[in-house]
Design a protein around this ligand. Structure first.
Ligand SMILES: C[S@@+](CC[C@H](N)C(=O)[O-])C[C@H]1O[C@@H](n2cnc3c(N)ncnc32)[C@H](O)[C@@H]1O
Length: 182
């Protein structure tokens, strides 16, 4: 779910000796536009794989690290379990993963304000200031349905991975990170 690759510069800064990034996304156009516009200076390190993350036939033990930013929220629990199986299969033994997603901050005192921001304000801001763009028109529904990364954490554990689940910004995002045992 690499999208426009916002995370790539951070990964490359943290791991400067990295050999290559395989950017997997169901949409090839997202990738080519992003590389051209945002990532030209390290474009040779990034290859794109147009594939459904739930069905990819990337080889077993393919990756040292699997990273996803904001790609989980459209998957229902069953799809998250399939994805967890894919992460476990693709990772090399000893490899690590980190997945973060926007979430519903249940229990937070400012949740009603934040929900109003996601449901109403953000879609309007983008419509007015980004030429009618609708990238965030469903963000409220998606985050409400997704809840948090808790199910993903459980699915990754069931797939044999070591997992820690964290809340960020009062639960407005949640992440799962960990490794595949040697
Ligand atoms: C919200 S964007 C995340 C983009 C980027 N990772 C970021 O941090 O901004 C979600 C991306 O997931 C991709 N996507 C959705 N379902 C997918 C699937 N089943 N397999 C692969 N990519 C998928 C979409 O094409 C989109 O680029």
């Amino acid at each position: 779910m690499a999208g426009t690759g916002e995370v790539w510069p951070h990964v490359l800064r943290r791991f400067p000796d990295i050999g290559a990034i395989t950017a997997l996304d169901i949409s090839h156009r997202m990738h080519t536009e992003a590389v051209e516009r945002l990532h030209r200076q390290y474009a040779e390190k990034i290859s794109h794989l147009e594939a459904n993350a739930l069905e990819t036939d990337l080889p077993e033990h393919f990756a040292d690290m699997v990273v996803s930013t904001f790609g989980l929220k459209t998957f229902n629990p069953e799809q998250q379990s399939i994805l967890a199986g894919q992460v476990a299969r693709i990772l090399k033994p000893g490899g690590c993963f980190a997945l973060i997603e926007a979430s519903d901050p249940t229990g937070w005192v400012l949740r009603p304000v934040y929900r109003m921001y996601l449901d109403k304000v953000l879609p309007q801001i983008e419509r007015f200031f980004l030429n009618g763009a609708q990238d965030f028109s469903m963000i409220g529904t998606y985050t409400r349905n997704f809840g948090s990364s808790a199910h993903m954490a459980q699915a990754l554990r069931e797939a044999g991975l070591e997992v820690s689940l964290k809340r960020h910004f009062f639960g407005c995002a949640t992440s799962v990170a960990g490794r595949k045992p040697d």
